[in-house]
Design a protein around this ligand. Structure first.
Ligand SMILES: Cc1cc2nc3c(=O)[nH]c(=O)nc-3n(C[C@H](O)[C@H](O)[C@H](O)COP(=O)(O)OP(=O)(O)OC[C@H]3O[C@@H](n4cnc5c(N)ncnc54)[C@H](O)[C@@H]3O)c2cc1C
Ligand code: HEM
Length: 403
């Protein structure tokens, strides 16, 4: 238990640290990687360069510190982060390393304003917060489908669209696959020739559980900002059938509640459709009477992945409605619902906006912001709205988020 005085210091300094939040976390990462370059094997370099990870960690530390006397309030958030940590292989022994460098960064940025009393209070508070993470992660390691990164053979590589390719992955040890919940992801650890570090990326499982392989469907991130995505481009261009990929066990707190009978609305943009297809397939086979509305936005028919698979499932059921929205349809595109973008007025027309429906969405951040705002303005209760970020989580209700 922290002393009352420590709690007061933490609470009164949170706003100061928030002002310097990104400067502190930038300095923190600089120190961390100077002293522990091996950690570059687990942190995502692109997120670092774009500042997204800095913002995510800073916000989490301040949220935790602001709730230091009632940490149970942030347990749901901690669990989401802990899923990511577990899938990356973050261990208890990493926490003191992070704590030490965070305190050094606070000292560096605040200078004389960071008195010994303040630094000691933050050291204590960090210890309490770290213990909460470590405790939750310990349980997750115990419950994980397997330990560490397990080798999987690429059994099939299937082009799903002009930009998305699926990889069917079978465990090399031929032992049983762990079950997963529709919406969960795996982390893939890649050792790429010519790269100094290993790179870990998350990919949502795009098929239902209970098969002999896992399927991931990956968008080739090339051309944007003239910097090619390291892992996705390598997967598309160099990984072949028969190659080995290393996966940690399924993780994530974004998944469909299959014990509920409430109708489901699944909304995706681009490659954000992967968890939605897993959810659709799961409901279609396990809860065939449950109503589903499946909305997917793509640039055009060529970029639209897994379309036939979704159409076949929908056609076999009286309870599934699909809507495809194409930003710039091609002449050959015939079977889509709408040209342009998904917007609030259209959602209002096509969706069952009701208290008892559950809404799940995923896509580029600006897309997610539109959907989130629309659902909230249409009075969908917050607890019925669920979404996944294909990067560090941020606050969708903030005005501007770095994509
Ligand atoms: C929970 C979760 C689930 C996911 N599921 C999927 C999925 O099902 N399918 C899928 O395709 N992806 C998914 N992702 C995203 C995936 O993990 C990777 O982020 C994605 O494949 C890009 O990785 P990369 O190594 O190819 O690109 P990176 O090398 O990580 O680069 C990412 C982006 O940043 C840009 N970039 C890189 N360096 C810079 C720089 N210096 N300045 C500016 N921009 C830069 C690149 O052009 C690229 O667009 C998911 C992510 C999460 C967190
Ligand atoms: C109390 C301490 C910590 C807090 C508050 C914290 C917070 C966070 C947050 C908010 C994220 C983003 C989650 C998301 O993707 O949405 C994250 C990701 C991550 N954390 Fe932590 N973390 C802590 C400790 C650690 C430690 C000890 C390590 C290991 C050295 C670590 C390694 C990582 C990595 C590698 C990622 C993913 C980075 C990326 O994708 O760029 N974290 N953490």
């Amino acid at each position: 238990m922290l002393q009352q005085r420590t709690i007061e210091i933490i609470k009164s300094t949170v706003p100061v640290l928030q002002v310097h939040g990104e400067a502190i976390t930038s300095r923190f990462y600089e120190l961390l990687f100077q002293k522990h370059p091996e950690l570059l094997n687990i942190f995502n370099h692109a997120n670092q360069k774009k500042g997204r990870q800095q913002a995510a960690l800073a916000n989490a530390v301040y949220a935790a510190a602001a709730n230091i006397d009632k940490l149970e309030a942030i347990i749901p958030v901690v669990k989401g982060i802990a899923h990511k940590h577990r899938s990356l292989g973050v261990k208890p022994e990493h926490y003191p390393v992070v704590g030490e460098n965070l305190l050094l960064a606070i000292k560096d940025v605040l200078g004389d304003a960071a008195t010994d009393e303040i630094i000691n209070a933050w050291a204590e508070a960090y210890g309490v917060i770290a213990d909460v993470f470590i405790g939750i992660e310990r349980n997750m390691y115990e419950d994980a489908g397997w330990e560490g990164f397990r080798p999987f053979v690429v059994a099939r590589k299937v082009e799903e669209s002009s930009v998305i390719t699926s990889f069917y992955l079978e465990p090399e040890d031929k032992k049983a696959l762990a079950k997963f919940k529709p919406g969960q992801y795996v982390s893939v650890k890649m050792d790429i020739p010519g790269q100094e570090n290993t790179h870990i990326r998350q990919y949502s499982l795009s098929d239902a559980t209970g098969k002999s392989s896992y399927r991931i469907s990956v968008k080739k991130e090339s051309g944007r900002n003239a910097v090619d995505g390291i892992v996705s481009v390598y997967l598309h261009e160099s990984v072949k059938e028969g190659d080995i990929l290393h996966l940690s066990a399924p993780a994530g707190d974004f998944y469909l509640n299959t014990t509920s009978e409430k109708q489901v609305v699944l909304i995706s943009g681009g490659v954000g459709l992967t968890p939605m297809v897993s959810m659709l397939k799961t409901v279609a086979s396990e809860q065939p009477e449950r109503k589903i509305t499946f909305v997917h936005a793509a640039i055009n028919g060529q970029a639209h992945a897994l379309k036939k698979e979704v159409q076949e499932i929908a056609e076999a059921s009286d309870h599934i409605t699909t809507h495809f929205v194409y930003e710039s349809p091609l002449d050959e595109d015939l079977d889509y619902t709408k040209t342009g973008y998904v917007d609030q007025a259209w959602l209002k027309e096509i969706l069952p906006i009701r208290d008892d429906a559950e809404y799940y969405f995923c896509g580029p951040i600006p897309f997610m912001q539109v959907i989130n705002t629309a659902l909230l303005e249409l009075n969908v209760p917050k607890e019925n709205i669920h979404f996944e970020f294909f990067g560090p989580a941020s606050d969708l209700e903030k005005e501007s988020i770095k994509a």
